[in-house]
Write a protein that binds this ligand. Structure first.
Ligand SMILES: [Zn+2]
Length: 462
């Protein structure tokens, strides 16, 4: 029986038969999903026991495609090298700067293409790339001032996933003594800086979106954008109704320096300069006061948690549950790509809260899945994505139910199997805009993703 007959008006071009589908509240067996020529879901029919002729079979648990809301593609080159030895966020950052200093538009493109292909294999259909590596060595702009950003857009297109390029303003090296208040970018940071927010806005305005690409803005942090420049970035995003992201209170040192310079917390500083609001997402939101939490909640500013990075960098555990209760929608990102696995990010958010409170069950698996999908897509400027409903983008991920990790729960199958049992390695199919991008665990556009990753990473460690 048809669950709904309302469609998008466009002719159906592809039909997928899902052995099991997550429909937002429960798992439904035998679902036929029709895709229109525009790459959107045209119809969702339940009670279809067997695949009709011509339908592509997706065997497993099919969910809406996952949103990786916070990414720095080039950090993938640090995986399993930066975990050697000891240190803090700040010593890690030195190593990260070394890799950044070696990137060119070509090597960045090759690396990002492979990283986005790894994301596709992990069921991620959209990435929010927090992009601040804008210029050539010494800060000299490339002939095309957006050569680096366009390399990322091309990489996502070739890997078959959607991208929201969050072009990031990064202008200063941090707080300093009065009267200047902010220090000039250091040797490495020169490549990140447009000098002023106005120059940043001028360059960012040249970027163009398309079917798979949205252009958004980011404030790197209150360290990297002087208070007097914040409103220019906020205004740019406001004019375009574009997403605006910002690293917020990841480190206590940032809070201390901000309080010493401005007499207020980073959250309060952002609020006072018009940065907070429902199109804005604070990334990490780790070390907050009660007033910060209330401010983020009352302005409906989103929170993007990156638990696998936060634990790798010894950041601390952010107050995700309190933020959500206050009114801040939650999303998830793999950030530094210590791992690329949104199921792990989702369960880590819950498990961190358990460790902190010594209580279980802060979120349902359905709520965690919403953070990994619908609310993440919304934070990236696609509020209609992340559901299996007519009119939504036909972006899907199918998790195997016959792996050693996931075998067992049928017929009592729920979102728990995806969130608490599966890993990225269990992703069998990924569909983006109706196109079968990952088929039976193989990327259909890039033949050998591990080899592409190995080559791109090796080129930066010569
Ligand atoms: Zn980040």
């Amino acid at each position: 029986m048809p669950l709904t007959t309302e469609g998008t008006g466009k002719p159906v071009t592809v039909t997928y038969w899902l052995s099991h589908a997550w429909l937002g509240t429960h798992v439904e067996p035998g679902v036929l999903l029709e895709v229109s020529s525009g790459g959107r879901i045209a119809g969702v029919r339940t009670g279809v026991d067997a695949p009709p002729p011509g339908a592509t079979v997706l065997r497993g648990l099919t969910l809406p495609g996952l949103a990786n809301t916070h990414s720095h593609a080039f950090h993938r080159a640090l995986r399993s090298t930066v975990q050697v030895g000891s240190g803090t966020f700040w010593t890690w950052r030195e190593t990260m700067y070394q890799v950044a200093s070696r990137l060119t538009p070509d090597t960045y493109h090759a690396l990002a293409r492979a990283v986005y292909a790894e994301m596709a294999l992990a069921g991620i259909t959209a990435v929010g790339e927090f992009h601040y590596l804008h210029h050539g060595p010494g800060g000299t702009p490339y002939d095309n001032p957006n050569a680096m950003g366009e390399a990322l857009i091309a990489a996502a297109r070739e890997a078959g996933i959607r991208i929201t390029l969050l072009d990031t303003a990064y202008l200063s090296a941090g707080f300093g003594p009065a009267p200047a208040l902010y220090r000039k970018p250091d040797r490495h940071q020169l490549r990140f800086s447009d000098t002023t927010a106005e120059a940043w806005a001028e360059r960012a305005s040249l970027l163009k979106g398309d079917d798979h690409t949205l252009i958004g803005a980011a404030v790197h942090s209150v360290r990297a954008v002087p208070a007097g420049e914040l409103a220019t970035v906020a205004q740019w995003a406001e004019e375009r109704q574009a997403p605006l992201h910002v690293h917020l209170s990841e480190q206590t040192a940032e809070n201390d320096a901000c309080l010493a310079t401005h007499g207020r917390t980073p959250t309060r500083l952002l609020a006072d300069h018009g940065v907070l609001g429902p199109r804005t997402t604070g990334v990490h939101n780790t070390h907050l006061t009660d007033e910060d939490i209330a401010l983020l909640g009352s302005t409906a500013t989103g929170t993007c948690m990156c638990p696998t990075t936060e634990r790798d960098l010894a950041d601390g555990i952010g107050p995700a549950a309190a933020l959500q209760r206050a009114g801040s929608p939650l999303s998830l990102g793999s950030d530094s790509h210590a791992v690329i696995d949104l199921f792990e990010e989702a369960r880590a958010m819950e498990l961190n809260e358990r460790l902190r409170t010594r209580r279980r069950g802060h979120w349902t698996a359905a709520a965690l899945l919403r953070a990994a999908s619908a609310d993440g897509h919304a934070a990236l400027g696609r509020p209609d994505a992340g559901v299996l409903e007519p009119g939504a983008p036909a972006d899907l991920v199918t998790v195997a139910l016959d792996s050693v990790r996931t075998a067992g729960p049928v017929p009592r199958l729920g979102a728990e199997t995806a969130v608490f049992a599966a890993s990225a390695a269990d992703v069998r199919h990924t569909v983006v805009a109706g196109r079968h991008l990952v088929r039976d665990g193989r990327h259909t556009l890039i033949d050998d993703v591990p080899e592409a990753l190995a080559r791109a990473v090796a080129a930066l460690h010569h």
